[in-house]
Design a binder for this molecule. Structure first.
Ligand code: MRU
Length: 354
């Protein structure tokens, strides 16, 4: 069994099919942008950073064997294909930001007179670099978050709750909120980690639980409707979640169910932390109501592994994400640049060309 969601050898891209985990560990080959769009849309790969990395690497895989007569042709193809990849899933901002940065780079190099072969290499290298950069970023988030949580708790070991999957499977490796958990565990500062099952796609019981068991962390799974009851019976030191997009006021879109945990956390006086790379922060949006929320197919709710569990004929509402208002993010927003209060975010990051 593997925790490596994305495998790139400089030419070929493979992704671990997350629809099959934890029963089967099978890799799928992603040969081009159309394959990339499909695996993202079908959620065979998911998690905001992993979506962007796989999207860009699917372009790299396509480019490696292609040839373009002029740099103008190549640069236009790069921009068009990236724009298509952005449409695969709307809520996470990471793919959109990567697309904008890479398109700008290709256009600038083209305008500077770079030859097509060299331009192609620059684009492919840029995409490959995302893998190493993401792990470095996650380790920083992990350490900043671990220090902040230990300091605030005043304890040597902490009990946490997390939601969805923000680990190695949602990133190039290590993870964001789960990176914080990993960092605490590596320093013997993790007393216990609870994870939610995360209906309807079950990222928590299939993927997070898999990662926690894989690394032998002291962990317990709960159903999504047990969060408040858990907080009432166990003194949690923090809740750590990831983000698909953070607006400039700190309002955060993350997996559906995050908001209800934040509401319960305030009631039970449990510090609530959002852990996200700066690539998930969208300073172009003033607040959470501007973040597009993806609606997923009803089938994801009515069926599990192809077996119907809901009464035939019932209609479903299946938003993939919800917005947690900044006022409920009481612990802070843990980024690769440090831990910020939601109100500090835009001021601290506005000079970082986000
Ligand atoms: O629908 P998903 O599985 O892509 O949603 C994932 C989440 O909501 C994660 O919490 C978020 O992308 C952060 S992953 C590091």
């Amino acid at each position: 069994m593997s925790l490596e969601a994305i495998v790139w050898n400089g030419k070929d891209l493979k992704i671990l099919d997350q629809l099959l985990l934890p029963e089967k560990s099978e890799y799928i080959s992603v040969k081009n942008v159309e394959d990339g769009w499909n695996v993202i849309h079908k959620m065979q790969v998911r998690g905001a950073p992993a979506i962007a990395i796989v999207g860009c690497l699917s372009l790299a895989a396509e480019l490696v064997d292609s040839s373009h007569e002029t740099s103008e042709d190549l640069s236009k193809a790069v921009s068009d294909k990236l724009a298509h990849l952005v449409t695969a899933r709307p809520t996470a901002v990471n793919m959109k930001k990567a697309a904008s940065e890479l398109s700008d780079l290709a256009q600038t190099l083209c305008a500077d007179g770079m030859k097509p072969e060299e331009l192609k290499k620059k684009v492919v290298d840029w995409c490959a670099q995302m893998l190493t950069d993401d792990v470095t970023t996650n380790r920083k988030i992990g350490d900043f978050g671990a220090i902040a949580i230990i300091e605030k708790s005043g304890k040597t070991k902490v009990k946490l709750l997390t939601h969805c999957n923000t680990g190695s499977l949602a990133t190039a490796g290590y993870g964001t909120a789960l990176g914080v958990v990993r960092s605490l565990h590596s320093k013997q500062q993790l007393d216990h980690i609870y994870c939610t099952e995360t209906r309807p796609y079950n990222q928590g019981c299939r993927l997070t639980a898999y990662e926690l068991v894989y690394e032998s962390m002291p962990a317990t799974l709960i159903c999504d409707n047990m969060g408040a009851a858990l907080m009432n019976s166990v003194k949690l030191d923090a809740i750590v979640v990831g983000a698909d997009r953070v607006a400039s006021n700190g309002d955060t879109a993350n997996k559906i169910g995050t908001y209800q945990l934040a509401v319960a956390a305030l009631h039970h006086d449990v510090p609530f932390y959002v852990c996200a790379p700066t690539t998930s922060i969208d300073l172009n949006l003033a607040c959470g109501t501007e973040i597009p929320i993806e609606e997923r197919p009803q089938q994801e709710m009515t069926h599990i592994a192809g077996v119907r569990i809901a009464a035939p004929g019932i209609s479903c509402w299946n938003p993939g994400f919800d917005i947690t208002p900044a006022s409920l993010i009481t612990g802070g927003i843990v980024t690769d640049l440090g831990v910020f209060k939601p109100s500090e975010l835009s001021g601290k990051l506005k000079n970082q060309s986000l």
